[in-house]
Ligand binder design. Structure first.
Ligand code: DUC
Ligand code: ZN
Ligand code: ZN
Length: 466
């Protein structure tokens, strides 16, 4: 199968150039001057020529933080691998890395096996796994080694949620020490869960049970403290550290400090921390419950700092933490915000939302590609198979129309959730065509792929060290 994508501006993390992309058997074979003899000759013997004139051609988006079909928090995510990966494709994301979450008492290896079963034949885009790592038993540490060998090379730990996913300081240090040996990357949910639980109980005792108290009892200082503590352990163990879903200016300052010390401390943020703010949790009639996620949405002034962090390289990745719950599921916490299942949906809009940052002057075109595709690929051991457009790389491509705007509406979304936290927001550009390893999966904004086209991506070690 030979395809040529012709006449577009090819944007990678380093440059934007007018070029034709020539594809054979799922891989990029050449990126050449438009109209060159090579391009013309290839096009004459092609199965398909895609016209990208006036459009950007970027590497397929990589969303390294999703929770498709996950079970927990008294409810379950209705957006499954089948539905969520179609939404991903429509939004220009061709690879997701989801969290295999072992059920109670199940080891990490068994948890990953269960996720292989759950995803088999389901996914419309390529997919990999991280694993939730709770505690540091001898078995857990041994399983880590095995999983790294199997291409599952990153482990999420929680400084929040005492009594369930929480690991204590000693356990975190031990897992980091093991990662110094096996090369795994520790991903940290950095919030001080012990202190947060005290604040939550005190709030409920005072009768403060509505959704806004979810945010007020998880203040930025407890995120910043946890980032600092995790960075100290990473320094002791001499390993890199990846902070997930960074939400606040104070937490960002801690990342910057660690990086100034010379540490490989990295962080991702999510579109919700750039486009939504804490006031939404105060909406009347329990509508605020729709915006509950952890860490919580922050007061609007944090957004400027987070954009700055992305622009200046202190933050490296934008992922969605896609974990949507329907309105009826939020009802679980009508009388007590602690019972509202938390997480927001966004897998369908990340690439287009972040392009808003280019139009708004927050980030450059190449930085956009960097944070939605190239850095995630490098951070999680997929580069240069993924995350770039170069000879030999997977032909995961997005043709993006910067001149066609559209408005987000739940009535048109593919994500399996009954509302959109971005309802009514205008996006200045639109994903037009998407290729997954050389197969057209989105054409004219319509999904034309199929479940099962997505393949498991065994990943190597983090390639992002400086
Ligand atoms: N952390 C996540 O990464 N996702 C959902 C909830 C949470 O605490
Ligand atoms: Zn988390
Ligand atoms: Zn998450």
């Amino acid at each position: 199968m030979r395809i040529a994508v012709r006449g577009g501006t090819v944007v990678t993390s380093v440059q934007a150039v007018l070029a034709d992309v020539l594809i054979e058997d799922g891989r990029v074979v050449a990126v050449v001057e438009p109209g060159s003899d090579l391009s013309d000759g290839f096009a004459r013997k092609c199965d398909e020529v895609i016209d990208a004139i006036g459009k950007y051609v970027i590497p397929g988006g990589i969303d390294v933080h999703t929770h498709l079909g996950s079970i927990g928090q008294g409810s379950y995510v209705l957006d499954s691998f089948a539905t969520g990966t179609v939404a991903a494709a429509l939004g220009g994301t061709t690879t997701v890395v989801d969290f295999a979450s072992p059920s109670d008492g199940q080891g990490m290896l068994a948890g990953v096996d269960a996720y292989h079963e759950k995803t088999a034949g389901q996914c419309a885009v390529d997919y990999g796994f991280h694993v939730f790592c709770v505690g540091a038993s001898a078995n857990t540490l041994a399983e880590m080694d095995r999983l790294v060998d199997e291409g599952v090379s990153s482990f999420k730990m929680f400084m929040a949620y005492p009594g369930s996913l929480f690991s204590d300081d000693g356990e975190i240090l031990q897992v980091m020490q093991r990662s110094a040996e096996n090369g795994a990357l520790v991903m940290m949910h950095a919030e001080n869960g012990i202190a947060i639980d005290v604040l939550r109980a005190q709030a409920v005792d005072r009768g403060e049970t509505s959704p806004i108290h979810h945010a007020l009892t998880r203040p930025p200082v407890l995120e910043a403290e946890a980032v600092h503590r995790a960075a100290v352990f990473a320094r002791l163990a001499n390993v890199p550290l990846y902070i997930v879903h960074l939400s606040s200016a104070a937490a960002l300052d801690q990342v910057k400090e660690a990086r100034h010390r010379g540490q490989n401390v990295f962080a991702e943020t999510c579109p919700q921390y750039l486009f939504l703010d804490q006031e939404l949790l105060g909406l009347p009639d329990f509508e605020g419950a729709r915006y509950v996620c952890s860490p919580p949405l922050r007061p609007v002034e944090h957004q400027q700092s987070i954009w700055g962090g992305l622009a200046h390289g202190h933050l490296q990745v934008v992922a969605t933490d896609h974990c949507p719950f329907c309105t009826w599921q939020r009802e679980l916490g009508r009388d007590d915000f602690r019972l509202i299942p938390n997480g927001l949906g966004g897998i369908e809009h990340r690439v287009e939302l972040m392009y808003t940052g280019v139009v708004g002057g927050h980030i450059s075109l190449t930085r956009w590609v960097d944070i939605v595709s190239t850095n995630p690929a490098r951070m999680f051991g997929m580069f240069p198979r993924k995350g770039t457009i170069a000879p030999g790389s997977h032909a995961d491509l997005v043709v993006f129309d910067p001149n066609r705007s559209h408005v987000i509406s739940a009535s048109e979304q593919a994500m399996n959730v009954d509302y959109s936290v971005y309802e009514g927001r205008e996006l200045p550009g639109t994903v037009d065509t998407v290729l997954l390893r050389g197969n057209v999966v989105v054409r004219d904004h319509r999904f034309v792929g199929r479940a099962g086209m997505g393949e498991f991506v065994p990943r190597g070690l983090c390639q992002y060290l400086f």
